[in-house]
Design a protein around this ligand. Structure first.
Ligand code: C2E
Ligand code: MG
Ligand code: MG
Ligand code: MG
Length: 291
């Protein structure tokens, strides 16, 4: 199904060009075999303490190296997977792989895994999460699920019930991309999130005089702390953005200024070499249930 060549690669990787229906069909077909073909990997981007620059965890981000088109962005293939049950297969695999990898990290560092709306509303999700935890031996408190407010659009009752079930498993829940789309503060009352991730659109330009991004970040951070939630500012790229965000009461910072998402081997190496600083928590834990 591959057309091959650099033209496709450019098109798939570009954010502003819409793929044709034919492209989408090709992506969907190829994605079906991508797991088995070993073309999918999980990469990890550090989440860093805003006051001390100490690594406090990593977000797991899926990467797809297509045989003919090269790297395809998850911003392209996740929405296509989400239109079919493919997302469940991809999502289960992502959860398992992320938990297995996080179980190898020092310092009891947590991993955050993105869960799409369709996946979140699938009744099997708690079982999928339990299996990933059991197979990896990762304690539930070291797994955080990132969901967007889109899970609350439609059947709010089902979303709340799933939220409560996952809560009972002991995993953490974060509200991703906050402030975009149909953001409503009412979601914060409907579900007790552990963390709010402030969308990178507010970080962009927040260092410029008169930019409203800074005021919005500060307001969200203060609201979150009043509700006993922590906050992460996403997409910090430049030093002036980091300095600006540092004065806005957010707890964590994530962005290219520290690191892009990197493969598991690089995570281990960066932590070992001290390139990424973390604080060891107690002695190494015995990992029960590893296979
Ligand atoms: P997201 O969950 O909001 O992830 C953050 C995105 O911002 C990532 O893009 C990350 O690479 C990018 N980013 C981080 N720091 C910076 C920065 O300083 N500047 C800029 N310009 N970008 C930054 P990525 O990896 O391309 O993922 C895009 C989206 O695809 C994710 O957005 C998430 O919604 C989805 N996604 C990725 N992996 C998975 C997955 O395993 N499962 C699901 N369901 N969705 C995933
Ligand atoms: Mg995310
Ligand atoms: Mg995000
Ligand atoms: Mg996003």
């Amino acid at each position: 199904a591959a057309k091959g060549g650099g033209r496709g690669r450019f098109r798939f990787y570009s954010n502003d060009l819409k793929e044709t229906a034919e492209d989408r069909r090709e992506i969907e077909e190829d994605l079906r075999d991508a797991i088995a073909a070993g073309q999918l990997t999980m990469h990890y981007q550090p989440q860093v303490g805003a006051r001390d620059n100490v690594v406090r965890g990593f977000e797991a981000l899926m990467r797809w190296e297509h045989l003919h088109h090269g790297p395809i962005s998850p911003a392209t293939f996740i929405p296509i997977a989400e239109q079919s049950s493919l997302i469940d297969e991809l999502g289960s695999w992502a959860l398992q792989q992320a938990c297995l990898d996080a179980a190898e990290w020092p310092g009891d560092l947590p991993v955050s895994v993105n869960v799409s709306a369709r996946q979140f509303l699938n009744k099997d999700l708690p079982e999928v999460v339990k299996l990933a935890l059991r197979k990896s031996g990762l304690p539930p408190a070291r797994l955080e699920l990132e969901i967007t407010e889109s899970v609350f659009v439609g059947d709010i009752g089902s979303a709340q019930a799933m939220f409560a079930q996952l809560r009972k498993l002991g995993v953490k829940l974060a509200l991703d991309d906050f402030g975009t789309g149909y953001s409503s503060l009412s979601y914060l009352r409907k579900a007790p999130f552990d963390k709010i991730k402030i969308d990178q659109s507010f970080v962009r330009g927040c260092a410029q005089d008169g930019d409203t991004g800074a005021a919005i970040i500060k307001a969200i951070a203060n609201l979150a702390s009043a509700m006993k939630m922590t906050t992460t500012a996403e997409g910090v790229e430049a030093m002036d953005e980091l300095e600006s965000v540092g004065g806005l009461d957010v707890d964590f910072v994530q962005g290219f200024i520290f690191s892009r998402a990197v493969p598991q081997a690089d995570v281990l190496e960066k932590l070992r070499s001290g390139e990424l600083r973390y604080e060891p928590v107690g002695p190494a834990r015995h990992r029960a249930g590893r296979r």
